[in-house]
Design a protein around this ligand. Structure first.
Ligand code: UDP
Length: 408
């Protein structure tokens, strides 16, 4: 069995007391009393990299800190399996997949080889995403309650693939989706649990003035004009091209900078292609910076989000949009496209501004640059919205409620 030594963060619920309402902490206290000692096992496919791993690095130790026996395990698999599940992942996003018997066979064999990962004594077995879902073979005769947590938008999943995966998911007692709009009918119980950001992680914690100065200097961050920022993988669905177009119109009116910060991994040819196209479009424009960051640039992203004036998220499609949560948490005015989970976060004119096309994006950016009072008000309300709904202590409470309800 693979041990996750050193990956979980050294944290407890007490560390989050200053971010949470007293009333929320009381509710956590009450619910955890009834669940104390319950054994909960989280299973996914990696300890490092990706949103689920980031969530579990905080959630597992924080659950233990309130008296649950929480553990986190992963399945072991080879390249061939991950090639198949990457194709599955893309097919959730509507990409074409030629789902074959060979793929099903590779998936089944890996599941069979990992059945012993399941803790026989667990009261709750939580299967995160589709990679470990084959472990549902172990559900029959298991004493615990099983939950499948779908962290991506399954609405446009390929029909044949869904037929295959749902036969496993339906064996679980319940399924969790980020929001009601993503629910699929599996015939079992359904819960809706949006993800959360960790206010104490390097991506979101307060930074010292010295850290901020150092990072800004390293990134050659400009200070003579307002800065508009979008942080996103270089992906067409994040529509960075639309941001450049809108920015150029804004800049004709109000001198400003645009920073597009993202990453393009070597193993993601599409990311590199989008980056190359962007560089071509930007054509050494002195007001536009493209930052190709490494996957570990958490502090850099944190500092960029804190130092800029407006944050944009111009996605065409979006699962939940953690970059938006991160932006709201920094108290920045956000202008975002009305896609997927962004709609739960950016309430138009209250916690940010929604812009459905390039013209609206130009209009919203110009408006905010001309009205710092509005920008600051939206930023403050946005931060409070994130604090109330999308940070670790709230996430923990939602988990406890779910576990409590599942006992009924
Ligand atoms: N992110 C990052 N480096 C990058 C681009 C994004 O660390 O170059 C982070 C970003 O801060 C956020 C996550 O990756 O925490 C992206 O999550 P989101 O839900 O916004 O979009 P996804 O990439 O999952 O579609």
């Amino acid at each position: 069995m693979v041990i996750n030594a050193g990956v979980e963060r050294n944290i407890s619920l007490n560390d989050y007391a200053s971010f949470a309402d007293g009333e929320l902490l009381d509710r956590i206290d009450k619910l955890s009393a009834g669940l104390r000692g319950a054994a909960i096992q989280h299973i996914n496919s990696t300890f490092i990299g990706g949103g689920v791993a980031e969530i579990l690095q905080s959630l597992t130790p924080i659950m233990r800190s309130i008296g649950l026996q929480a553990r986190w395990d992963i399945i072991s698999a080879g390249e061939e399996f991950f090639g198949v599940t990457k194709a599955f992942h893309n097919a959730f996003h509507g990409e074409k997949i030629d789902f074959s018997d060979k793929m099903a066979e590779i998936y089944r064999l890996t599941a069979a080889a990992n059945l012993d990962v399941v803790d026989r004594e667990a009261d709750y077995v939580i299967i995160h995403d589709q990679q470990p879902l084959g472990l549902a073979e172990r559900k029959a005769g298991h004493r615990g309650r099983w939950v499948w947590y779908c962290h991506i938008d399954p609405v446009n999943v390929d029909a044949r693939l869904w037929e295959f995966l749902s036969s496993y998911a339906a064996r679980c007692d319940a399924a969790i989706y980020h929001m009601a709009e993503y629910a699929k009918n599996l015939g079992n119980r359904q819960f809706f649990l949006p993800p959360a950001i960790d206010p104490l992680s390097d991506k979101n914690r307060e930074v010292t003035a010295a850290e901020q100065d150092r990072v800004l200097q390293e990134l050659d961050f400009p200070s003579d004009k307002p800065v508009i920022l979008q942080v996103s993988r270089f992906d067409r669905l994040k529509n960075p091209f639309g941001v450049v177009e809108a920015f150029r119109k804004v800049r004709d009116d109000i001198p400003s900078y645009l920073i597009l910060a993202g990453g393009a991994a070597d193993d993601d040819p599409e990311g590199l292609e989008v980056l190359a196209e962007l560089l071509k479009m930007v054509d050494n424009d002195p007001d536009i910076r493209i930052l190709n960051l490494s996957p570990t640039s958490h502090l850099e992203i944190n500092v960029l989000q804190r130092a800029c004036d407006i944050i944009v998220q111009n996605s065409i499609k979006e699962g939940f949009g953690l970059t938006v949560t991160e932006a709201l948490w920094k108290g920045k005015p956000v202008v975002a496209a009305p896609a997927g989970g962004i709609l739960k976060q950016v309430i138009h004119e209250q916690t940010g501004l929604l812009a459905k096309d390039g013209e609206e994006l130009t209009g919203c950016l110009t408006r905010l640059l001309k009205d710092p009072g509005l920008a600051s008000e939206l930023g403050q309300r946005g931060k409070e919205h994130a604090r109330k709904n999308f940070i670790t202590p709230v996430y923990l409470y939602n988990w406890l409620s779910l576990m409590d309800e599942m006992r009924a």
